[in-house]
Design a binder for this molecule. Structure first.
Ligand code: ZN
Ligand code: ZN
Ligand code: ZN
Length: 253
């Protein structure tokens, strides 16, 4: 399985509009973070987790020419706003694109993108197929996704385990039962927003504590704010098996 980090930034992205901090002014390409999203390629099957507002640029930057399905973690705008831009895949592939999400996520998409579901559709709008999922393993084009239900303040959000790879983007609490599903994973991606406490995301310290508990071969931090600091500086102080993810980073499992 080939994995590409399409975006590793928090909801405002990095740099933040109008911000003059050293991270937002940094010339290091790793300090330029589009909104969090992931691409999975496995034997020609192409799946994206979340369609944030930067979806279009992410498809272009990473030369993604085919899309078989979208899997959603949760309904926040930084994970859904780019859905309209699946249209080129509809046109090219002449298919509807399957969307996988909980009832709550799909209902939110139906209300925020009401025109997609209108009775009398305007020509050329996105074409999708809705697939409701619950907190049980489900199949996406032959790939098994096991949801990890994590808490994002008071909102339940899905992380996913796919084989030995686990991806958790928006969490500040994971219950003991759900932690059981993460145990034994070889590669763990986890959100680490900033240094200071936050209402709905792990801090760097909390993320590192969870990584230590799971003890994967390698861990990557994502959903990063400009407040976390310069990529290069933060990376220097991380344990050996932990890396800051950055946009465009590719790994294989
Ligand atoms: Zn988010
Ligand atoms: Zn800044
Ligand atoms: Zn969120």
């Amino acid at each position: 399985m080939n994995i590409t980090f399409l975006g590793t930034g928090t909801s405002q992205g990095v740099p933040v509009i109008g911000c003059n901090c050293e991270v937002c002014r940094s010339l290091d390409f790793r300090d330029k973070r589009l909104r969090t999203s992931l691409h999975i390629e496995d034997q020609g099957t192409s799946i994206v987790i979340d369609t944030g507002p930067d979806f279009r640029m992410q498809m272009l930057h990473n030369s993604i020419h085919r899309l078989d399905a979208v899997v959603y973690t949760h309904e926040h705008k930084d994970h859904t706003a780019g859905l309209d831009d699946i249209r080129p895949f509809n046109f090219k592939q002449q298919t509807d694109i399957p969307l996988f999400g909980t009832t709550q996520v799909l209902n939110q998409i139906k209300s925020e993108f009401a025109y997609i579901f209108a009775k009398n559709k305007y020509p050329g709008i996105p074409r999708v197929m809705m697939h409701e999922v619950s907190n049980l393993p489900f199949d996406v084009m032959g790939i098994t996704f096991t949801p990890i239900q994590v808490m994002h303040h008071k909102l339940p959000v899905f992380g996913f385990r796919i084989g030995d790879f686990t991806y958790i983007t928006d969490a500040n609490y994971i219950s003991p039962e759900e932690i059981e599903k993460v145990k034994g994973t070889k590669t763990l991606v986890l959100n680490a927003l900033q240094i200071k406490p936050h209402i709905s995301h792990f801090t760097l310290e909390e993320a590192l504590a969870f990584i230590e508990e799971i003890n994967p071969e390698s861990a990557y931090l994502t959903h990063i704010s400009h407040k976390l600091g310069l990529h290069q500086k933060v990376q220097t102080n991380l344990p050996e098996n932990v890396a800051m993810a950055f946009d465009g980073l590719q790994i294989s499992t």
